[in-house]
Design a protein around this ligand. Sequence first.
Ligand SMILES: [Zn+2]
Length: 417
Amino acid sequence: MKSVLSILGAILLCTLGLFTDSVAESNQITVFSNVRLFDGEQLIESASVVVRGTRIDLVAGGGEALEIPDGAELIIGDGLTLMPGLIDAHTHSFSRGNLERALDFGVTTSIDMWTPVEFMQEMQAERGQGLAFDRADMHSVGIGATAPESHGTQFGPVPTLTRPEDADAFVAARINEGSEYIKIIYDNFKMFDRPIPTLGYSTMEAVVESAHRRDRLAVVHSRDVDAYADVVRAGANGIVHITVDEVPGRELIDGLRRQGMFVIPTLSLSTPSGAGIAEDRVLGPRLSEKESANLRGYAPLHRQGGDKIAMESVRVLNEAGVTILAGSDSPNRGTATGVSIHQELGMLVQAGLTPIQALVSATSAPADAFGLSDRGSIKTGFRADLLLVEGDPSSTIIDTRRISGVWKAGQRHVLDQ
Ligand SMILES: [Zn+2]
């Protein structure tokens, strides 16, 4: 039997302890009542959300009478904001531990931008067996397309390519081993005064074309305006770093926008912003010594001033309407897994995104860009990947750091320090 109660009645009954019995995991019901809601696109000052099992069952306006099912866990939204679990669009996960740590900070999906094939396959096999409640989901490029002696090869022996005619076999092999997206390294590190080889233009373009023929997104690692221009010309879907040599000019910006390309700036990697996270009043105490040390260990991969160019580049791209996605590039130096999504959100706002735009960049926008159609928004039928925070991150972005609860596919995650 179900009880039909007003919100007020529900609050009263909850305080009397009538909703504390938990129900079977698969039918678990959680009701968030009168909570401030960021639904992935916009802010709603007061709403109620019902989660049933792994899915969002109902989203109702605040103050509406709600049917509170027997056995539901009731969470009163006073002073809290409910939002979709965060999607970090540029990570490197090497172990289950990385993905568990990501969930501790509200990251429910990690888009991995290079990881050993065996680990990717292990995570994919688990995905095939059902939901992982204790860690972020990982969707991965596997290993990327790169030239001999180029970026990426330092992570261990990987297949490389040098000629356009090898591109299709290369892409087919990646898809065959499980790559969900095709990543390409197109960066000769010229802005680092330590140039290295990279793919030639025609090979990079051939990889993009092959990825598209095989129904995969093509994303490119590039960090200078000349490479950016080439990538736009080749018709890739997105670029996974921001320019650090020059701020993109009008023609380049127009090209990015016209082709509907996205940019994942990874400002956490390109600015000395990690120390501020290590010292953050809320996040600092939750970090291990190793995580703090890594956050403080920023090492610029560009000439002096590149961090300011990165910030200005994000500002002009965002102003022009280019899609920006939040990605931390953790755990590179200057970052740490999970926590750095909050670093990235803070930097994106410093670079000119509104707090709402920043929240979109870590929820609905990456879900759209990477074809994850069951998440990134709080809507009926969507997966209940949720983050509950104190305060209002739609006006004060650093409130995403004040985590009150994390739910992965409807199940509450016990936060590690
Ligand atoms: Zn990366």
